[in-house]
Design a protein around this ligand. Structure first.
Ligand code: ADP
Ligand code: MG
Length: 211
């Protein structure tokens, strides 16, 4: 759908409501990179601890423990950093990225961090600085967010990134089906419109015939 993969470097927003497949797609991408010798770093905040995510993901065929042991895919939890101020939180994220020097980074999800900063009115500045850092660092950074279509149009996140992918799970005529849509992808042509996807033990795949 995006002519051979994410542009390098780039920052991609992967948006969708809970259960639409954001974590699956993001981590599937880290393992795809690892199979080509890249390093991937998965950073999570409070909503799901790292061990829970890893336990759920290890049932997928793309999950490869060897890559984890070799350090080609690393899972880290920055829940502790959330109690600190945004500046310190940014420093912790930056340090982790510099320490691992990954080609692919996933921040999954950004939503609890933003919610926490909201009451202090510090979300904008944090998002701005985090995204600016990720874009300047030189990697493919995928940031997931619990958002609906309507939220995306007005979000700073969508405005700041090079690409936006939306996963959805609408009910239409009493049937729920899963979709993936590429809303924006700078520097490459892409298939437009919602595409039906399947989630199986192999992860997420766009349905055959619709590619
Ligand atoms: N092995 C599997 N086969 C089919 N569907 C699966 C499988 N594992 C997970 N899923 C589906 O993937 C969804 C979870 O995706 P997840 O990546 O956690 O979503 P999100 O991060 O957007 O909340 C579940 O709701 C379930 O429908
Ligand atoms: Mg998730």
């Amino acid at each position: 759908m995006i002519m051979g993969g994410f542009p390098f470097p780039s920052a991609i927003l992967l948006a969708g409501e809970p259960g639409t497949g954001k974590t699956t797609l993001a981590v599937q991408s880290l393992f795809a990179g690892a199979s080509r010798g890249e390093r991937g770093l998965y950073i999570t905040a409070i909503s799901e601890p790292q061990w829970l995510v890893q336990k759920f993901l290890s049932s997928f065929n793309f999950y490869n423990q060897e890559y984890v042991e070799r350090g080609n895919v690393t899972f880290i939890d920055i829940g502790q950093a959330l109690m600190k101020n945004p500046g310190e939180m940014l420093n912790i994220i930056k340090k982790k990225i510099e320490q691992h020097s990954p080609q692919r980074v996933v921040v999954d999800p950004i939503t609890p961090i933003c919610d926490l900063l909201q009451w202090r009115g510090e979300t904008r500045e944090f998002i701005h600085e985090l995204f600016a850092f990720l874009k300047a660092y030189g990697c493919v950074a995928t940031i997931t967010a619990e958002m609906s279509y309507d939220d995306i149009a007005h979000s700073l996140e969508a405005y700041m990134v090079d690409g936006v992918i939306v996963l959805s799970y609408p009910e239409e005529e009493k049937v729920r089906r899963k979709f993936l849509e590429v809303l924006k992808m700078r520097g490459t042509k892409h298939t437009t419109g919602r595409q039906l996807i399947d989630i199986t033990d192999d992860g997420i795949a766009v349905q055959a015939g619709l590619r």
